[in-house]
Design a protein around this ligand. Structure first.
Ligand code: ADP
Length: 251
């Protein structure tokens, strides 16, 4: 971990005046500004179509905004060309997806180290071993993804996201495909990576119980952040979503 005092470190993510208008005229984000401090767990919630995915894609350098300043660990990425943005993304950002996105023909170990090798970097074996042991997959490294449960596959995907020691991990509905118990385990894992290792995590989720594991939750509606809640509770978040007309999708 960095020895730089927290107050002197750049925000993990700093978005200023982020606007994204898609071809066809849909304004998915309208002048959004927010900061994600290092070592925090942020949840992004909101009704379908409120702009969560667009926010994540722009903040992670997967998509370019119509206008904005977007800094990852102090480095401006808005306005960079695709190649440079890809390089910065590989260096600074890890991803966890709802569908795990492990490659079926590769072992768990090769899946975990694939992004690093694609970036031409050598995996830090000690770090990967630490992570693998922490998530309880040490005995599964030679297995193929299909031989693991959904929860185990998602834990492997979390290790893959952290293997390159990214500035920030973006998790897109990481518990959406999991049973309750596995979902709970993955959320506890994400929270412990933040609390124990100082990892920064931004999670997009529909699930108030999942978002309640974060330190902070942003609620989005119509391309705006309409509320920011510290130490949110599930009932509090469920109420906000119901108020925004999303109650029918809660379960
Ligand atoms: P959420 O993730 O909260 O469901 P999105 O960021 O996917 O919201 O979408 C925000 C708005 O932008 C929606 O109105 C959606 O229809 C629109 N949108 C998303 N992606 C595209 C696209 N590629 N082209 C045009 N409109 C899009």
């Amino acid at each position: 971990m960095s020895a730089t005092p927290l107050a002197l470190r750049s925000p993990a993510i700093a978005l200023e005046h982020l606007t994204k208008t898609y071809a066809g005229g849909v304004r998915a984000l309208d002048d959004v500004s927010l900061t994600v401090e290092p070592g925090t767990f942020l949840a992004v919630m909101g009704p379908s179509g409120s702009g969560k995915s667009t926010l994540m894609h722009c903040a992670a350098g997967l998509d370019s905004p119509t206008s904005a300043s977007i800094r990852i660990d102090g480095q401006e990425i808005a306005g960079l060309n695709e190649n440079r943005r890809t390089e910065l993304r590989r260096e600074h950002v890890g991803f966890v997806f709802q569908a795990y996105n492990l490659i079926p023909s590769l072992s768990i170990e090769d899946n975990i180290t694939l992004p690093l090798r694609l970036a031409g970097r050598r995996p830090d074996r000690d770090w990967v071993t630490t992570l693998v042991e922490r998530v309880g997959l040490a005995a599964r490294l030679s297995h193929r993804p299909a031989e693991l449960s959904g929860g185990q596959q998602q834990r492997a995907a979390v290790v893959r996201a952290l293997a390159a020691k990214p500035t920030v991990v973006f998790a897109d509905e990481p518990t959406g495909a999991l049973d309750l118990r596995s979902a709970h385990e993955v959320l506890e894992l994400l929270r412990s990576l933040v609390d124990d290792l100082g990892q920064t995590v931004v999670m997009v989720t529909h699930d108030p119980a999942a978002a309640a594991r974060a330190h902070r939750a942003l609620v989005m509606a119509d391309g705006h952040v309409v509320e920011a809640l510290d130490s949110p509770t599930a009932p509090q978040l469920a109420n906000r979503l119901v108020a925004l007309g999303e109650g029918r999708t809660l379960h």
